[in-house]
Design a protein around this ligand. Structure first.
Ligand code: KIV
Ligand code: ZN
Length: 516
C-alpha cells in the first residue's frame, strides 16, 4: 500500500464498529453514501461490515466492494470457516479486498466468552488466518481484548498469525482500558519480542471508555504502529472508537513531534462528519474537537481581539483545513441551473442529471420561501432528496392548528400509502403529538419513538429545521431525517422517513457473541 515508513494507514470502521452503536443503524443507501465520502477523502481501508451478521450487512459489504475503487474494502469475520467464507464472498468484487478475522486472546474472554483453552485459541489463530489466505492475500488478524491479554501469549499469537499469512496485525484495546504509556509499551514489547514482526503492519483499534482512544492510538503510532482503526465522529460501541478527525489532525498539526503522514484529504472532514451525524441522528457535541460547532468559535472578547490581531494566537489549525468554510450567502431565487450545479460540485456532490433537476426545482421552491440560501441549506436539500427515493409512504398535505386559541392542537393529514391517498384528522398534547398521531392513524404500527430532535440548519428565524426521528420496533432501530423551513412538515417527513426505513429494513439477526 505504501513504502513510506512514516505513512500511517487509516482504517475506517464507521460502517462496522460505528454501526454497532445502539441506534446508529444505517441502510444500504446511507452506507454507500458514507463509503463514497470515505473513499473520496482518502481513507486507505474501509471496514464495510460484518458479512455473517445479517443479509443486510452482507449486501452492504458486497455493494461497497463493487462501488469503491481506490480504498481497500474490508469485511469482519470471526475465526470460523463459515464467517470467513461469507466475508470472502462479500468482498469478492472489490478492486482491493481484505478479510479481517479476529478471536479473543485475554484470559477473561477465553474463559468466559469463548470457553476455550488458550492452546485451542492458538490453533484457531493459525487455522483462521491460513484459511482466509485461500481467498485473498490481504488478511488482517485481531487479538480481541488484546490490551488485557498476557503479553507472552499475545506475542505467540501474533507470531503465529504472521507466519500463517496475516499482513496486518491489529491490537485492540477492546474495552478502552489501557493508558497511553502502557499501550505504547505493549506495542514496543511486541516489536522487541516477535521475531517476524517486520513482515506485518501493526495496527491498533482503541475504544474510548476512559476518553483515551485517540491518545492511546497516537501513543501506539509513536511506538511503531502504522495502521490506526478509527471512525468518523468517534462513533462506535459504548463510548465509541478513536475519532479519525482527531487522529489525523493531531498528526497534521503536531508534525513537529509526530512526523507521520496519512492519505486523508483533511478538507473533507467536516462534510464526512455532517453526513455521519445526519445519517445516524447522533449529533456532535458542540465542544467536540475538530468537528464540534464551537471547535473554531471564539467567544470571549480577549480571544476575539487576539484572533483579529493574529489568527494563530488562539487557533492551532485553520477552519479551512478541516473543510469548514465561512457560511456564505451563495445562491438566491434568481440563481440559474448552471450556478446551482456548479455549487453542488463545489460542495462535493456528484448526482445524476435527473436528481440534479429535482434538486433544482426544490432549490427554487426553497429560495422562494427563504431569502438567504446558504451552503448548509443546499446540503440539507440534496440530502433530503436522496432520503426519499422509493418511499412507500409519502406526505402529501399537512395542516396543524395550535397555539393558545387552539387547545388541544389539531392536525389534518393526507398521505400516499402504497399509491393510495388517505386522509384523517387527529389531535394531541402538542402540535408534534397531534401530527404524529395522525400518521399513526393512517399507518398503524407498533414502533416506539426513541428520539425526536430538531436543529436549525443555519442561523435566523427563517432557517430550515432539520429533524431526526428514531424509531424502534422488535429490537430494530432506524433514524429518519428531513429538512424543511416548516418545522412541523420536517417533523412529519422525518417520522415518515423512519417508517419507510422500518418497512425496508431486513432482519438483523446477530449470531451469538458478535460483540466486537
Ligand atoms: O473492539 C474490538 O476488539 C473490535 C475487534 C473486532 C477489532 O472491534
Ligand atoms: Zn471495536
Amino acid at each position: 500500500m505504501t513504502t513510506d515508513t512514516n505513512r500511517v494507514i487509516i482504517f475506517d470502521t464507521t460502517l462496522r464498529d460505528g454501526e454497532q452503536s445502539p441506534g446508529a443503524s444505517m441502510n444500504l443507501d446511507e452506507k454507500l453514501r458514507i463509503a463514497a465520502v470515505l473513499e473520496e477523502m482518502g481513507v486507505d481501508v474501509i471496514e464495510a461490515g460484518f458479512p455473517i451478521a445479517s443479509e443486510g450487512d452482507f449486501e452492504a459489504v458486497h455493494e461497497i466492494a463493487k462501488m469503491v475503487k481506490k480504498s481497500t474494502v474490508c469485511g469482519l469475520a470471526r475465526a470460523t470457516k463459515g464467517d470467513i467464507e461469507r466475508c470472502a464472498e462479500a468482498i469478492k468484487p472489490a478492486a482491493s479486498g481484505r478479510i479481517h478475522t479476529f478471536i479473543s486472546t485475554s484470559p477473561l474472554h477465553m474463559k468466559y466468552k469463548l470457553q476455550m483453552e488458550p492452546e485451542k485459541v492458538f490453533e484457531k489463530v493459525k487455522e483462521s488466518v491460513a484459511f482466509a489466505r485461500n481467498f485473498t492475500d490481504d488478511v488482517e488478524w485481531s487479538a480481541e481484548d488484546g490490551s488485557r491479554t498476557e503479553r507472552e501469549f499475545l506475542a505467540r499469537c501474533v507470531e503465529a498469525a504472521i507466519a500463517s499469512g496475516a499482513g496486518t496485525i491489529n491490537i485492540p484495546d477492546t474495552v478502552g482500558y489501557a493508558l497511553p504509556h502502557e499501550f505504547s509499551d505493549l506495542i514496543r514489547y511486541l516489536f522487541n519480542t516477535v521475531p517476524n514482526i517486520d513482515k506485518a503492519i501493526i495496527s491498533v483499534h482503541c475504544h474510548n471508555d476512559l476518553g483515551l482512544a485517540v491518545a492511546n492510538s497516537l501513543a501506539a503510532v509513536d511506538a511503531g504502529a502504522r495502521q490506526v482503526e478509527c471512525t468518523i465522529n468517534g462513533l462506535g460501541e459504548r463510548a465509541g472508537n478513536a475519532a479519525m478527525e482527531e487522529i489525523v489532525m493531531a498528526m497534521r498539526t503536531r508534525g513537529d513531534l509526530m512526523p507521520f503522514t496519512t492519505g486523508i484529504v483533511t478538507e473533507n472532514i467536516t462534510r464526512a462528519s455532517r453526513l455521519v451525524s445526519a445519517v445516524t441522528g447522533f449529533t456532535v457535541q458542540p465542544n467536540k474537537a475538530i468537528v464540534g460547532k464551537n471547535a473554531f468559535a471564539h467567544e470571549s472578547g480577549i480571544h476575539q481581539d487576539g484572533m483579529l490581531k493574529h489568527a494563530q494566537t488562539y487557533e492551532i489549525m485553520t477552519p479551512e483545513s478541516v473543510g469548514l468554510t465561512q457560511s456564505k450567502l451563495v445562491l438566491g431565487k434568481h440563481s440559474g441551473r448552471h450556478a446551482f450545479s456548479e455549487k453542488l460540485k463545489a460542495l462535493g456532490y456528484s448526482i445524476s442529471d435527473e436528481d440534479m433537476q429535482d434538486a433544482f426545482v426544490r432549490f427554487k421552491a426553497l429560495a422562494d420561501k427563504k431569502k438567504d440560501v446558504f451552503d448548509e441549506d443546499i446540503c440539507a436539500l440534496v440530502d433530503d432528496e436522496v432520503l426519499r427515493v422509493n418511499d412507500r409512504l409519502q406526505l402529501e398535505c399537512l395542516e396543524i392548528l395550535c397555539g393558545t386559541k387552539h387547545q388541544p392542537p389539531k392536525s389534518e393529514l393526507t398521505m400516499i400509502i402504497d399509491g393510495e391517498r388517505k386522509s384523517c384528522k387527529s389531535q394531541g398534547d402538542g402540535p408534534v403529538d397531534a401530527a404524529f398521531n395522525a400518521v399513526k392513524k393512517l399507518f398503524p404500527h407498533g414502533a416506539r419513538l426513541q428520539l425526536y430532535q430538531v436543529h436549525a440548519v443555519t442561523g435566523g428565524t427563517d432557517a430550515q429545521a432539520e429533524v431526526t426521528v428514531r424509531l424502534e420496533e422488535g429490537g430494530r432501530t432506524v433514524n429518519g431525517q428531513a429538512a424543511d423551513t416548516d418545522t412541523m412538515v420536517a417533523s412529519v417527513k422525518a417520522y415518515i422517513n423512519a417508517l419507510n426505513k422500518l418497512l425496508l429494513k431486513r432482519e438483523k439477526t446477530a449470531p451469538s457473541a458478535l460483540s466486537a
